[in-house]
Design a protein around this ligand. Structure first.
Ligand code: SF4
Ligand code: SF4
Length: 486
């Protein structure tokens, strides 16, 4: 297969994210030492190394294995890349009789396999749903990537993006003035379309809401349609909001590297922007892994001192009306407004569409949304049903926590890995084809920027029109009737 191995990050990129510029001379010892540190720090990792009974329940659950038929893409085989090294250096039988217990020396060949196969895992966690021991391959992948980075063998795509967001504030490297221009262009577009002046505010002191959204929302189709949708919702609800030029990115690729320091640095930009602007709450736009970081990590990333009025404080969240609890997902926000009848929606505006929904992994499997059980499943679907007359779910074994990854998550969204991406999309494309054939579905909504970018690229490989993917707030945007509930 071509395009199965991403480019290695060059010295400049590595240095910008505080890793060695190239594979260090004593890489073997450094890798084992870092592995030992991670095993000591993360008890779950050691449990995952020890607990597998090779039952095989996970083998055919990974979209990359289904799509590529490469046995090394079976989740258990991916874990085994690290587990065999773990046995060799961290268990007595592995030290004494390595050949008998499947223990392996960490050779350069093994390290190359790590680089290749731990970058063919989107950290989607589907396999863990089927593992009777709850072994999470995503955490193994994150640990492996952290070890690779530590010895100077990092991935170009992910680390380049990390460098940009830490320096400029977003994954695209879009500076503040360019962002302002883009936003004012969008305001003109909305006014031309609707006759209503809907604002796209940035750096507004004292706004009630800080919206952090994936930077793809600022300029590329179909993402920008969702941004327009958010703006229309805020406008009709009469809630003051702002974007921030300092924190103009919701995405946080630190999660993909398994590096909590990087994750923290990016999250802290958002916290700082919220403090500087004096907002009351932070709302996260349509981005799967950003929501996972916000939901699962923001409270702890700030450190022990976070409390009181700190925008990431769990104490503050507990004091707030659940409706305004933070972090809040844009879908929770819109859903609440719909339930309260605060939005004027014309479902017929979406009658040209037969809509299905793709659950994004990081929302469906790794985070909650709203207070109701299963909210992350229910909320986006209830929004779609409130703004469109025709909704069809995909086959049961491909929705909710059993959803298939789009094939581009976890830092795999690079053309270096195009073949892997196309093949990894196979199970989702088959499910989509089923509802297209049976129900004439012509629009697949999702709430993740990576899913949108990945599908736009791979849909044509499966004979679909790339324009059939879009955000949930694209549907909201088309249904909302401005000027009538203000
Ligand atoms: S891509 Fe998903 S299903 Fe495949 S091994 Fe990684 S976490 Fe498991
Ligand atoms: S399902 Fe769990 S225990 Fe079974 S082979 Fe996979 S990782 Fe191992």
């Amino acid at each position: 297969m071509a395009h199965v191995k991403p480019y290695v990050a060059d010295a400049q990129v590595q240095a910008s994210v505080n890793y060695p510029g190239e594979l260090v001379e004593d890489w073997h010892d450094k890798a084992i030492s870092r592995m030992g540190e991670l095993l000591g720090k993360y008890r779950s990792l050691r449990v995952f190394m020890d607990a597998c009974v090779h039952c095989g329940a996970c083998t055919d659950k990974c979209h990359y294995f289904i799509g590529t038929a490469d046995p090394k893409n079976m989740p258990v085989a991916r874990q085994e890349l690290m587990r065999s090294v773990y046995r060799r250096y961290f268990t007595l039988p592995g030290k004494l009789v390595p050949g008998l217990v499947g223990a392996k020396d960490l050779t350069k060949e093994v390290l190359d396999d790590w680089f290749s196969y731990f970058h063919q895992c989107s950290e989607c966690r589907r396999c863990s749903v089927f593992c009777p021991y709850g072994i999470d391959t995503a955490e193994v992948t994150m640990a492996a990537r952290e070890i690779l980075n530590t010895v100077g063998y990092g991935m170009k795509y992910t680390n380049q993006i990390l460098a940009k967001v830490q320096k400029i504030g977003n994954n695209l490297g879009l500076p503040g003035p360019a962002l302002e221009d883009t936003l004012s262009g969008l305001e003109e577009d909305i006014e031309m379309d609707t006759g209503v002046s809907v604002k796209m505010p940035i750096d507004v002191q004292g706004a009630e809401v800080l919206l952090v959204t994936p930077s793809a929302d600022f300029f590329s189709e179909p993402h920008v349609e969702s941004l327009i949708g958010y703006a229309k919702v805020f406008h009709q609800a009469g809630i003051s909001w702002t974007l921030s030029s300092h924190a103009s990115e919701a995405g946080n690729f630190g999660l993909f590297n398994g590096n909590y320091e990087q994750m923290r640095n990016i999250a802290m930009r958002i916290r700082q922007a919220a403090l500087d602007l004096g907002v009351k709450r932070i709302i996260v736009g349509e981005c799967g892994h950003a929501w996972r970081v916000a939901y699962a990590f923001w409270n702890t990333l700030t450190g022990i001192g976070a409390g009181g009025d700190d925008p990431f404080s769990i104490q503050l969240q507990k004091q707030l009306d659940p409706r305004y609890r933070q972090p809040m997902h844009i879908c929770e926000f819109t859903h609440d407004l719909i339930k309260r009848g605060a939005l004027n929606l014309d479902k017929e505006a979406n009658d040209h569409r037969i809509v299905t929904y793709h659950d994004s992994c990081n929302v469906a499997r790794a985070s909650r949304m709203g207070d109701m059980p299963g909210g992350q499943f229910i909320i986006p679907r209830e929004i779609i049903k409130a703004v469109a007359n025709n909704f069809v779910d995909m086959p049961m074994d491909t929705i909710g926590e059993r959803t298939f990854c789009c094939g581009g998550g976890g830092g795999v969204l690079t053309d270096d890995l195009l073949e892997v991406r196309v093949k990894g999309a196979l199970p989702r494309m088959e499910a989509l084809n089923q509802v297209k054939e049976n129900n004439k579905v012509n629009f697949m909504a999702t709430i993740c920027a990576i899913c949108k970018a990945q599908f736009t690229k791979v849909l044509p490989f499966y004979g679909f029109d790339m324009s059939m993917v879009g955000g949930v707030h694209q549907l909201v945007s088309d249904a909302i009737q401005l000027g009538t509930k203000e």
